[in-house]
Design a protein around this ligand. Structure first.
Ligand code: TXA
Ligand code: MG
Length: 352
């Protein structure tokens, strides 16, 4: 299949820019498009066969449900069999934006979209290109992150080309995304609201409308030996992993730098290719290996925005061992570490 890439200028978005993408989606094809979180791989959410194509293109296990993207709150009543008061309050506060809600699904939503679950994940993105695509196509768009299954999510159109070229009809290039980590997922289908995936919207943000919200215990996992099973099916799979073996070091900053330097020295002397995930503040302190800065440590939004691109760049360099600093502090610490720990297969070393 020939994948066309269409560039849209964010300063001058026109309806005609979307006509070809809308026809592809309407005839059951696949279009990768930007959202504020990561790029999505879109298809008609109410078509069983279109959803199937998503799984095939990504190489994704079919029990891993898709998020349905909407542009109008009215869609909730079509997609969900019940819309609790808590969902309306949450939508009013956080939509459009990087938040996904899990609700009981209506008959309309095919099992192919929800991986056979009786619930459906719904999100109204704030990205203008995403919203226009949904509105102009007149569809609800099922969209997982637009990466090959297991690889880091895509935050630029170039990443989508890398992973999906030849497998999908079209990629809309809207430049690099704003946020860089996927939406927060909150399950409102049970008795108590539960966060199944942390994201840009934090538990404290959610508590303003859902005072009794808690984390799914699997979100708090930090060790490979912890066998808690995630409630979001996708969260149980190996994810985001670069090809090299990634280890995260946590502890007092200078102790971490010393320890990474000594590990990197040893591996380099053994003839291995080493990568180091550093920050602008520390990059000059590493003496061995290929050092890649993720941005300024003081700016956690920058760190979140660069995370997946940096993990991908380690692959481009063919590095075998990757040593990373830890980013567990601050507003986004939980969300950044959730991805980084998964990428590392939970290999986290406490440096004393
Ligand atoms: O920011 C995002 O959410 C991006 C953009 C494209 O919107 N999408 C995204 O989709 O991250 P994906 O498929 O990569 O991740 C969706 C996650 C998976 O872990 C999946 O298992 C979970 O949401 N999920 C979807 N439907 C669910 C449901 N009914 N119950 C529990 N978890 C669900
Ligand atoms: Mg994903």
């Amino acid at each position: 299949m020939n994948t066309s890439v269409i560039k849209i200028d964010r300063n001058n978005i026109k309806d005609e820019d979307f006509s070809e993408a809308c026809s592809v989606l309407k005839r059951g094809g696949l279009v990768a498009f930007p959202t504020e979180t990561v790029y999505g791989l879109g298809a008609d959410a109410l078509s069983e066969s279109a959803a199937k194509k998503i799984y095939a293109a990504k190489g994704r296990p079919s029990d891993n449900p898709l998020i349905v993207h909407i542009a109008d709150i009215k869609a909730l009543y079509e997609l969900a069999s019940e819309v609790p008061e808590s969902a309306l309050k949450t939508a009013e506060k956080f939509w459009p934006g990087p938040l996904t809600m899990i609700l009981k699904k209506s008959e309309k939503v095919p099992d192919g979209t929800t991986g056979g679950l009786k619930t459906v994940a719904v999100r109204m993105p704030s990205d203008e290109i995403a919203r226009k695509l949904i509105a102009l196509s007149g569809l609800y768009i099922a969209a997982p992150s637009a990466n090959a299954s297991g690889r880091p999510s895509t935050t630029t159109a170039e990443h989508c080309v890398e992973d999906l070229s030849g497998k999908i009809e079209m990629i809309i290039d809207g430049g690099a995304v704003m946020i860089g980590i996927e939406s927060t997922i909150v399950d409102l289908s049970g008795d108590k609201p539960e966060i199944l995936r942390p994201g840009f919207i934090t538990i404290d943000d959610l508590k303003t409308v859902l005072p009794d919200v808690v984390y799914d215990p699997a979100v708090l996992k930090t060790k490979p030996s912890d066998n808690t099973v995630a409630r979001a099916p996708g969260m149980k799979y190996r994810h985001y992993a670069p090809k090299g073996e990634l280890t995260i070091f946590e502890g007092e900053p200078f102790a971490v730098i010393d320890r990474i330097n000594s590990e990197a020295k040893q591996r380099t002397e053994e003839g291995a290719k080493v990568g180091i995930l550093a920050t602008d503040e520390t990059r000059d302190k590493y003496l061995f290996g290929k050092v890649i800065s993720i941005g300024r440590r003081e700016n956690e939004e920058e760190i979140a925005a660069h995370l997946f691109a940096v993990l991908r760049s380690f692959d481009d360099e063919g590095l075998e061992y990757i040593y990373s600093e830890s980013f567990s502090h601050g507003r986004l610490g939980q969300s950044i570490m959730n991805r980084l720990l998964k990428a590392a297969g939970y290999k986290l070393l406490d440096v004393k």
